[in-house]
Every structure is written in structure tokens, then in C-alpha cells.
Design a protein around this ligand. Structure first.
Ligand code: ADE
Ligand code: ZN
Length: 352
């Protein structure tokens, strides 16, 4: 492990933009297909992985929703979530905020309770075993109607205490945040926080709508804010976090090369940028790999890396005592690096 990788793994981090369905690795996908007698279009794990070449968001979503169709019973959701949490822990993630898309499953006859019970069991286990904290964020599929989103919110209300926030994902173009104002109003009336994907492929105007109509606490992706200087100033001034996903942006053609990614410029403009993996099974890397790919291509300094970890804790929905605890750990690591260099840091080691 090189010195930057050791630093990245050692820093306590929160992952704030992670679709649990996007952590379905081809190996588990094939295993679950076999379990449920589902015949796949691909002959092997390798053939499936080789098909993960996407021209844009919609091209990816078509494969992604197909993949999710092997998730059928509670144990499938439990295994999916457990595998992700184990992997995240190896990257030094101490807190996760997980998106789940109930409509992807209820639309094909899987009960809402099956989805949330399976995911929650894995999260509770990780919290007990490793002290990993979490929040669950229910996302509405924006290519479906506002009425369907409202019905999904109604279905979720019996599980209100397990859900911290609602979000908005799926095909962005042509589905502005304003389409869901009434649903998000209702969610906020229930005490839920709000986030939304905006400015991934969609224009800066969608980010404005997410702020003004959905009252989001964070913007997911948000990288197209750079096209609107007033909006950038507003995001920086209000310190509205962006949950940026570098490998995702390259795989989906938001930027052609990592060297062109704007995350460093956004940091320099004073925005609260966090790094995340989005759908790591499809985009070729979990959170540490996102930090390292960005660091290599953009020449991020060790200070930048420490700042991104600090931002992830600050931008999270964890309780403030935990924020203080983890920020203190990051400050101690940053101080050690600046006085003694990366060589003197302990080697990152995970128990299991
Ligand atoms: N669903 C899963 N990943 C997504 C992304 N990057 N954008 C929108 N919807 C998604
Ligand atoms: Zn996403």
C-alpha cells in the first residue's frame, strides 16, 4: 500500500452518496440469480463486468435496474448490505448514509418491508459489531410520477423511525426537482430531511430548484453548479455540501477524463465538497479508490485529502458529539502528517 493510500484508509470518513443497489457485485448477482432460478443475459461474471461500459446515465440505469431484479427476499438485501459495509470498513469508513430505491423493488412485487428489514438488519449488525453509525435515505425514482412517489412515502411511514431523509435519483434530464415539491413538503412535515441528485447531467437550474423547492440539506453530485457563478457563490456561502462521485462521473461521461474533473476547483471556490462512490460495483471503485483516483489525476495535496475527510464528517447527518470525535481524529492525523510526514503514520490495519 503506498503512502497516500495508507493516509486515505487511515482517515475516518463518512460515505454520503451510495446507492445500496449499486453495490451489487457481479459475483453476488450471479449467485442470487442461481438461487432464484433467474436466467441472465450474460454467460459469466467476467462477461457481465465487461458489459459495464456506459455512454451516459440512462445507459447505466438500464443495466442497473436489470441487475437489481435478482434481489427478491430479505436475506438478499441483508447480504447485499453486509457485503458493502464490510468493504466500506476496509476503506476506513466510520459512518454511512445509504440510499435505497424501494420503487425498484415494489414495482416488481417485492414488499417494502422485505427491502427495509434486510437492509436494516445488516446496518444494525455493523453498528453493534464495529460501532459503524448510519442513516438510511429513501430515494424516489424521478422518472416515475409524483403520485407514485407520494404512494411510496405513505408506504414508508410505518417505518418512519428507521428513515432519516428522502432523496431523488434516476434519470435526471426532463425530471426537474420541482416535479416532487409536494412529496418533499409532506416528507419534511413528517420530520424527514431532504437531499436530491441535481446537476449531475441536469442544468444548474435543477440545483436551484432542489434548494428552493425541495429545501435540500445537501446536493448529490451538483458538479454542474460551476456553470452558474451566482449559484456557486450561494452554495459556498451557505456551505451546502455537494456529494461528488468522481469515478461515477467519468464512467457516465459527465467529464471525459479524471484530469478534467472540477472537484478541486470547487474546493478552491470554497464549496463543501465530499467524495463518494455512488454505485461502486458498476463504476470500478469504492470510496478510497475515488479519493486516490482524484488525488492522482488532480494532484490533491495531503491537506486536500484531510479536508475531504473532514468535509464528509461535517456534511453528514451524524450526531454532533460523533462529528466532534471524528473531526478530532482527522485533525490529529493531519497534524502528524504535517510535523512528521506520511512515512511516520501507522500502517492501516483492519481486524477482519
Ligand atoms: N441511481 C443510481 N445511481 C445514480 C446516479 N448516479 N444518478 C442518478 N440516479 C442513480
Ligand atoms: Zn447517485
Amino acid at each position: 500500500m503506498d503512502l497516500n493510500e495508507n493516509l486515505v484508509r487511515l482517515l475516518p470518513k463518512a460515505e454520503l452518496h451510495l446507492h445500496i443497489e449499486g453495490t451489487l457485485e457481479p459475483e453476488l448477482l450471479f449467485e442470487l440469480a442461481g438461487k432464484h432460478g433467474i436466467v441472465l443475459e450474460y454467460e459469466s461474471v467476467e462477461a457481465l463486468r465487461a458489459a459495464y461500459q456506459f455512454s451516459d446515465l440512462q445507459d447505466f440505469l438500464d443495466i442497473y435496474y436489470q441487475g437489481a431484479s435478482v434481489l427478491r427476499d430479505e436475506d438478499d438485501f441483508y447480504r447485499l448490505t453486509s457485503a458493502y459495509l464490510r468493504r466500506a470498513r476496509q476503506d476506513g469508513v466510520v459512518h454511512v448514509e445509504i440510499f435505497f430505491d424501494p420503487q425498484t423493488h415494489t414495482g416488481r412485487g417485492v414488499a417494502f418491508s422485505t427491502v427495509i428489514e434486510g437492509i436494516s438488519r445488516a446496518l444494525d449488525e455493523a453498528e453493534r459489531a464495529w460501532g459503524m453509525s448510519y442513516r438510511l435515505i429513501l430515494c424516489f425514482l424521478r422518472h416515475l410520477s409524483a403520485a407514485e412517489a407520494m404512494a411510496t412515502l405513505e408506504q414508508a411511514l410505518p417505518y418512519r423511525d428507521r428513515i432519516f431523509a428522502v432523496g431523488l435519483d434516476s434519470s435526471e434530464q426532463g425530471h426537474p426537482p420541482g416535479k416532487f415539491t409536494a412529496v418533499f413538503d409532506r416528507a419534511r412535515a413528517e420530520g424527514l430531511l431532504t437531499v436530491a441528485h441535481a446537476g449531475e447531467e441536469g442544468p444548474p437550474e435543477y440545483i436551484r430548484q432542489a434548494l428552493d423547492e425541495l429545501h435540500v440539506s445537501r446536493v448529490d453530485h451538483g458538479v454542474r453548479c460551476e456553470e452558474d457563478a451566482d449559484l456557486c457563490r450561494r452554495l459556498a456561502q451557505a456551505q451546502i455540501p455537494l456529494t461528488v462521485c468522481p469515478l461515477s462521473n467519468i464512467k457516465l461521461g459527465v467529464f471525459s477524463r479524471m484530469e478534467d474533473h472540477n472537484l478541486k476547483r470547487l474546493m478552491e471556490a470554497g464549496l463543501l465538497v465530499t467524495l463518494n462512490s455512488d454505485d461502486p460495483a458498476y463504476f470500478g471503485g469504492y470510496v478510497a479508490e475515488n479519493y486516490l483516483a482524484a488525488q492522482r489525476a488532480l494532484g490533491l495535496s495531503t491537506d486536500d485529502i484531510c479536508q475531504l475527510a473532514r468535509n464528509s464528517i461535517q456534511a453528514s447527518f451524524m450526531v454532533s458529539s460523533r462529528k466532534r470525535h471524528w473531526s478530532g481524529r482527522i485533525d490529529a492525523i493531519a497534524a502528524e502528517v504535517s510535523t512528521s510526514g506520511l512515512e511516520r503514520l501507522p500502517a492501516f490495519a483492519q481486524a477482519d
